[in-house]
Design a protein around this ligand. Sequence first.
Ligand code: Z5A
Ligand code: MG
Length: 204
Amino acid sequence: MVSHYPGRLIVIEGLDRAGKSTQCSRLFRTLEQNGRNVEMIKFPDRGTPMGQIIDKYLTDNTMNLSDQAIHLLFSANRWEQVPHIIDKLKKGTVLIVDRYMYSGIAFSAAKGLDFNWCKSPDVGLPEPDLVIFLDVSIETASKRGGYGEERYENAEIQSRVRSQFLKLKESNWLWIDANKSLDEVEAEVNNEVQKVLNNSTQNR
Ligand code: Z5A
Ligand code: MG
């Protein structure tokens, strides 16, 4: 799965507190030090008007939105970045994406929405060149910083979300045991990303 653009789209997915944002930052630093043209994108992007509604939904349990409405907002929050993503891919940028459509589908399907319905709004988004899934146990995650502060951050929901990710998993995903140390996970991420970039025709 290598896109026709000179850039590359690397997605890091995973359960809550699996270390996605930390590994995205580490990968960004490594690629930047290697002279790559690299950028990080995070979903939800809480900085846009739509992202601000999502942020309120996640942090304020008294905010009521139907499951369908919030699902579509998460998807729209990705679609609003598509022109930027395509522009960067055309310019040969390596985009590191912290959560993508897979989180959108897994979280909403875990709430009971129809799996195929959940997939539809994201159909047509730029396809990743690599999906890395950080798999952490609920026990490990619950001991990590910040766990439990937002909606969805409890063991029962996380376990249902993991089952949905297993349904989405494709043979070419890199599935990493994220209970390991930060350095061990980073080494596995770097190794696989390097393989994808070695196939790359992008200008450095
Ligand atoms: N959501 C959705 O429903 N639909 C959608 O379409 C999308 C998202 C895109 C907020 O996401 C919620 O939105 C999320 C899914 C839902 N709900 N849940 N659950 P978010 O991405 O904004 O969530 P976050 O606040 O950034 O948390 P996070 O992403 O789950 O955490 P993380 O990025 O995976 O972990 P981290 O910040 O890198 O690390 C957390 C701590 O653990 C930190 O202190 C690290 O130093 C430590 N850590 C990380 N890895 C390790 C290892 N290997 N060893 C030891 N310590 C570690
Ligand atoms: Mg994060």
